[in-house]
Structure formats: C-alpha cells, structure tokens
Design a protein around this ligand. Structure first.
Ligand SMILES: Cc1cc2nc3c(=O)[nH]c(=O)nc-3n(C[C@H](O)[C@H](O)[C@H](O)COP(=O)(O)OP(=O)(O)OC[C@H]3O[C@@H](n4cnc5c(N)ncnc54)[C@H](O)[C@@H]3O)c2cc1C
Length: 454
C-alpha cells in the first residue's frame, strides 16, 4: 500500500498505542513509528528506576483493558510496560511499530497531504499525521542567577538512586517527580532539601484503604470535588504549615496536584528540609529568598516539561500556558489531516480518558474525508473554545466525549455551512514544503516494510 493512502502515527507510548488500536478498528490504514528502542513510551525509556504510577491501576488502565488482578494498586514502571506490551500484542499493534525511527520534519504539501522526514531515510508522503509524541519529553528549566555554575540537572536526566548516593541534594519543585527524587535522596544521600517557590496541593494516595483516584468523585462538578478532597486533606494530612510548607495560593486543580504523603512524613522526621525559592546560585551554594543558604553536590530541577513539536514548522501549532492551541483536544484549525493527541494531562490516570477519546478521534479522522475544511476549523467556526490549561477534568472530558459522539451530524452540517461562508484554500503558504511537490517524495512502501494494519 502507498504511504499516501495512510496516516502516520508518531509515538508508541500509551496514547500512540490506544490511537493505533482505534484507527485500526475504524479501518484506517496507518504506519506507526517511535524514536525509542521499543513500544511503551515513558514507561520503557523516559522515567527513573523505582517509579510507580501515582494514579491507581484502575484509573490508569485503558477503559477496555484492565490491568492484571495481581498487580498492586500502584504498579511500577516495569509492570506498566509489561501491561502495555500485552495490550499491543493482544490487539495486533506491535508488528506494525517501527522502533528506533525519529521523525525529524513534518510539512504539509499543497494538497493537504504530508511530507515526513525520518532520520536517515528517504522522505515519505502520507495522507495524514497523528502526533502522539508525549508531554514529558522536553524539559522546562528554571532560570536563576548563577545557575550555570551550579551542579544542576533536570529530573528528566535522573535515572537511579546511585546518582544521589552520599550527596547533598537540593530538589527544585514539589510535583510528583520532585517528591520521588527528594525521598530517594533522603534515603541514600547525605542530605535532602526541597526548594518550593509556592504552596503545593499534596493529596494522599489512599483514603480509607482505597486509592484516592478510585473514589467516586471524579465525575462530580469540580467545586464538589474540591470540597471533598479538601476534607480528605484535612483528615489525613492536616494543615501544610505544620510541616513548614506554604499554603497553596491557587485552587486545587488549577495546577498539577501531587499525590503522596511520603515526603511530608520525611519532613516530619527531619530527613527532608523544605526551603523557600532560590534567589541565586554561586557554584555549589544556593542562596534562598529568606536570606539562608545551603551547599549542594547535586541540584535537580523537577520543574516540568514543555509541550512541543520540534518536527513541525515553527508557528504552526501555538502553545500558551502549556495548553496546545487546538480544538477538541486534537484538531488544529489551520492545517488539514494533522492531529495532535495526548497533550493534556488528566487529573487521575491516562487510560480512562484516552480510550473513549481516541475512539472519537478515529471517527472524526474518518469523517475528515467528507469535510472540506480541517475539522479544527469547523470546531472553531462553530464557537468551540481553545484550551486555557493543559490540565484535564476527567469528568468534564468524559461528558464532552459522550456528547460529541452524538453530535457528529451537527459537525457535518456546520462544515457545509462553513463552505458556503468561505472555501478552504489549503495550508498556509509559510508552512508548505515548497521544494517537495506531492509527486517528489516516496509514496510507495518498499514491499518488505509494508506493515500497515488495514
Ligand atoms: C515521573 C512521571 C510519573 C508519571 N506518573 C503517571 C501516573 O501515575 N499516571 C499517569 O496516568 N501518568 C503518569 N505520567 C505521565 C505519562 O507521561 C503518561 O502516563 C504516559 O506515558 C503518556 O503517554 P504518551 O503516549 O502521551 O507519551 P509517552 O509515554 O511520552 O510516549 C511518547 C512516545 O513518542 C515518541 N516520540 C517522541 N518524539 C518522537 C519523534 N520525533 N519521532 C518518533 N517518536 C517520537 C517517544 O519516543 C515516546 O515513546 C507520569 C510521567 C512522569 C514523567
């Protein structure tokens, strides 16, 4: 089959795998590539040793594929990888994945098809591209005076407790990775400090013996979720100030919350010292905003990640406040046959939302053939909002998916009205790959590589 009849899925992490299953079920031919050495994304090659999911196995499993009964409530990365491998093999997805293939450039052509460069290969010519490249890949660095003199790494570069052994460690940030690393440093390092710029919402992982992410609250209106969880925090943790921490200024869920109380327990034991924001570095010395200072052998910036698409033309997809500016969580309005999937972070595990979301996306990708404009342009025209945050309310998302599945007829109707309003003139000229006409790039898969699952 020709490349130009297929979509290319970039990324074989949890989201790319779920997307592959959905497009396969909807009879859409596709190819699937991943830069890593195998499928599984972060759970194979992106995370540190000893990491466990903080969302429960029930909220993290794909909605149609439970994790094994014998798994604990919070499985390890290797258990998650084994689960993803079974998912791929049970659905016949694994043989279609080309690993060790990094996509370096993706450009639209005049006819809304796509020119794709994969390092070291002849360019390919696809009908469309589905980007599932993950949102924990491109480190976000802090910016402090003198930090170039500090022994600074990003949490993305941290892989094992042996890197902390015997060291005086300062961790910047209070998210899930920050807490894991500070906790490991307290166990194997000489000392462990955490610099917290603001107050964080620390949630217990369990309540009354059940994972908090399994409590039947996540589909309630957000105000009610907040009320209940504030009660849980009060009962299990108490006032954060009792641990020497600041009270959060933002509302619960306005920023990513942190699951787990291990760090709080270690603070109470004096094994982790909370510190305020850093003012500047001077070599191994960190000067904090309260006038105090500390000497460190290693500083780990657990300061998050950018949502980014380095293979797309600059300016094609905007990201504001970490929120990718696309409609319906997948659809750009300025180009056709390009889909960005998985750029949002659900409050609990990925699986519950990803499964129904990709099924809807696959239906819409099929529908794109009947629609002149990009689906995102129709959504924009009918007044759908752009996202203001990358944090996703799972209950609201499920309701939107349910409704969207029943309103596809309206989208079709709106697309016809849009055509009357203005014609689609193709992708913006500045993004088009001018030196590659549709006929110039390789569009037939060499026989030995034709792994499309139609
Ligand atoms: C420390 C940590 C803990 C976490 N804990 C949880 C948790 O408890 N629960 C939860 O639900 N989520 C958790 N996550 C979030 C995690 O990112 C998701 O679980 C999940 O891995 C996201 O899936 P994904 O497919 O979108 O991205 P990824 O798993 O990142 O997969 C993306 C894939 O795309 C590939 N790729 C990227 N660029 C290219 C390219 N140019 N060419 C080819 N391939 C490319 C990568 O190689 C990668 O394999 C955690 C993340 C971190 C960092």
């Amino acid at each position: 089959m020709a490349f130009r009849d297929k979509h290319l899925i970039i990324g074989a992490g949890p989201v790319g795998l779920a997307m592959a299953k959905a497009v396969k079920q909807h009879g859409l031919p596709y190819d699937h590539v991943d830069a890593g050495p195998g499928l599984g994304g972060n759970w194979r090659h992106g995370l540190y040793e000893n990491v466990h999911i903080v969302s429960s196995k029930r909220s993290t499993a794909f909605a149609d594929y439970p994790m094994p009964e014998q798994y604990p409530d919070f499985p390890s990365a290797s258990q998650l990888l084994a689960y993803l491998e079974s998912y791929a093999s049970d659905h016949g997805l694994d043989s279609a994945i080309e690993t060790g293939r990094t996509v370096t450039a993706v450009r639209p052509l005049v006819d809304d098809t796509w020119h794709v460069e994969i390092d070291g290969e002849e360019p390919r010519h696809y009908k469309g591209v589905i980007v599932c490249n993950g949102h924990h890949r491109d480190p976000k660095w802090p910016s402090y005076r003198g930090q170039e003199t500090a022994p600074l790494i990003h949490a993305h570069d941290y892989s094992a407790p042996s890197e902390l052994a015997g060291k005086r460690v300062l961790v910047i940030g209070g998210g899930n990775s920050a807490c894991d690393i500070a906790w490991e440093a307290a166990r194997v390092g000489a000392s462990s400090d955490m610099s917290l710029r603001a107050g964080y919402w620390f949630l217990p992982k369990t309540f009354l013996g059940r994972p908090v992410t399994d409590l039947p609250i996540w589909t309630l209106p957000v105000a009610l979720q907040r009320l209940i969880l504030r009660g849980v925090i009060r009962l299990v943790i108490g006032d954060y100030r009792a641990y020497g921490l600041q009270r959060p200024r933002s509302k619960l869920f306005e920023r990513h919350s942190t699951f787990g109380t291990e760090v709080l327990g270690y603070i109470a034991q004096g094994r982790i010292a909370p510190r305020p924001d850093i003012e500047r570095f001077d070599g191994n010395t960190a000067h904090f905003r309260d006038g105090s200072s500390g000497e460190y052998d290693l500083v780990v910036a657990a300061t998050g990640y950018h949502n980014s698409f380095p293979f797309l033309p600059a300016g094609m997809i905007e990201v504001k406040n970490d929120a990718v500016q696309i409609y319906g969580s997948a659809f750009p309005s300025n180009v056709k046959n390009l889909y960005i999937v998985g750029s949002n972070q659900p409050r609990n595990g990925f699986g519950n939302i990803v499964t129904p979301a990709v099924a809807l996306f696959a239906r819409l990708i099929r529908m794109q053939d009947e629609i002149e404009h990009p689906i995102g342009a129709v959504l924009e025209w009918q007044g759908d909002p752009l996202p203001e945050t990358n944090l996703m309310d799972p209950g609201a998302a499920k309701r939107e998916i349910w409704l969207s599945n029943r309103m596809l007829w309206l989208l079709r109707l709106q697309s016809r009205r849009l055509v009357h309003d203005r014609r689609w003139l193709g992708p913006p000229a500045e993004f088009i790959r001018e030196d590659a006409r549709p006929s110039d790039v390789q569009d037939v898969v060499p026989e030995s590589r034709d792994v499309a699952a139609a």
